[in-house]
Write a protein that binds this ligand. Structure first.
Ligand SMILES: [Zn+2]
Length: 387
């Protein structure tokens, strides 16, 4: 695509999005008000059906991937130039917000912001997908790749059931655009994400009466405390490795030497290379007190999304489009994971953070910046047409 065409397309797509802003807001309100916590299959499925209808109306071919425990995952295919590999638009429609949150956190538009549970993470991103594709269709933009949308329902709880589907679709695609929230209020794109994992270290000690039989006891709590100091040493900030003992449990009463204690540990790594080392270190933990026994489980859930040449190319394409629209678009690294981690680890060029600009994901002040919504939608349309 020549420079002039892409500038024309961008301004037309922006105009289209601005004209359709009221409709976008209506759709956004509707899907925010259809609450969809990851653990409520019935509610999530209802939203999935609604989204499927909307995409179908726009000419998409819908396919549900049945899930037992979670809502059914939604795949929608849109046609493009025959013989070309599709662009994948990736996201999720589950949220971290439990049913009924809406009562105290209504959808509302105020002071240039849109508030509501899941509005930033990532229901606005889904509305952007809809309207970017509508813009391309109604503006009669030709010659772009086919588009495959995949929206899963378990991202907020680790993506265990959707991961194989995400990976299978991504393998067939040229590039993956992730509509997760942008980074910070500047709206930066995410070109790298840390890998995420968790471990549980459990100590089995020996209970005894702390007054009568103190010497016979083997305190799981004392042993666990020492183990926590050990795993804390695995943190290496220079290499982007963090190890966080986040939750501890143990003991029954203060006058009982504790028989059991455990810690949940969150780990983050910047480079895939470091996964093995961390795994070995956890596996090598051994009890200080030989009468205590350790049980270590866990591992990496999401590999890191590294800043690969493919990702950089996508980012540079997005940045050039942003500049043409008078926007300043930077890139950033984040410690948080997304489904983009999976696609990137497969070697498919992945660009993340293309969704809404806002703040407060997973927090009571979750909101997006209204004026960025049409701009980012136009940017997405331009990017789909450019790749
Ligand atoms: Zn998200």
């Amino acid at each position: 695509m020549t420079h002039t065409t892409s500038t024309d397309l961008l301004s037309q797509a922006l105009q289209y999005s601005l004209q359709h802003q009221p409709a976008m807001l209506q759709t956004l309100q509707h899907i925010v008000e259809m609450e969809s916590p990851s653990d409520n299959k019935a509610a999530v499925d209802k939203l999935g059906e609604y989204l499927a209808q909307e995409f179908e109306r726009q000419g998409g071919r819908v396919k549900f991937h049945r899930a037992e425990e979670f809502g059914n995952h939604l795949q929608v295919s849109f046609p493009g130039t025959a013989g070309q590999k599709p662009v994948m638009l990736l996201g999720h429609f589950d949220t971290v917000w439990s049913m009924g949150t809406l009562a105290n956190m209504q959808f509302r538009v105020a002071d240039g912001r849109i508030h509501g549970p899941g509005v930033l993470d990532m229901k606005a991103g889904i509305v952007m997908m809809m309207y970017a594709l509508r813009a391309l269709r109604e503006l009669d933009v030709r010659g772009h790749r086919p588009v495959t949308i995949f929206l899963d329902t378990d991202e907020e709880v680790g993506s265990e059931s959707s991961r194989p589907i995400t990976e299978a679709i991504a393998k067939e695609c040229e590039a993956v655009l992730v509509l997760e929230p942008a980074q910070g209020l500047q709206g930066f794109l995410k070109t790298s994400r840390k890998g995420v994992g968790d471990y549980n270290v459990r100590v089995h000690g020996r209970a005894s009466h702390s007054g009568v039989d103190f010497e016979k006891g083997r305190s799981a709590i004392v042993e666990l405390a020492r183990q926590i100091l050990e795993v804390t040493k695995f943190t290496d900030l220079d290499r982007g490795i963090t190890v966080n003992p986040g939750v501890i449990q143990g003991g029954t009463r203060s006058n009982v030497v504790a028989a059991e204690a455990s810690v949940d540990v969150d780990i983050r790594i910047a480079r895939a290379l470091d996964a093995g080392e961390l795994e070995r270190k956890f596996a090598a933990l051994h009890p200080f007190d030989p009468d205590c026994r350790l049980e270590v489980t866990g591992g990496l859930n999401r590999p890191p999304m590294e800043r690969t040449p493919g990702t950089v190319r996508l980012f540079e394409a997005a940045q050039a489009l942003a500049i043409a629209m008078g926007m300043n678009l930077g890139e950033s690294a984040t410690g948080g994971g997304s489904d983009g981690n999976f696609t990137s680890a497969l070697g498919v060029a992945t660009l993340d953070g293309l969704g809404a600009v806002g703040e407060g994901a997973h927090a009571a002040h979750e909101s997006i910046i209204l004026e960025q919504l049409p701009r980012r939608t136009a940017l997405l349309a331009g990017l789909i047409a450019t790749i």
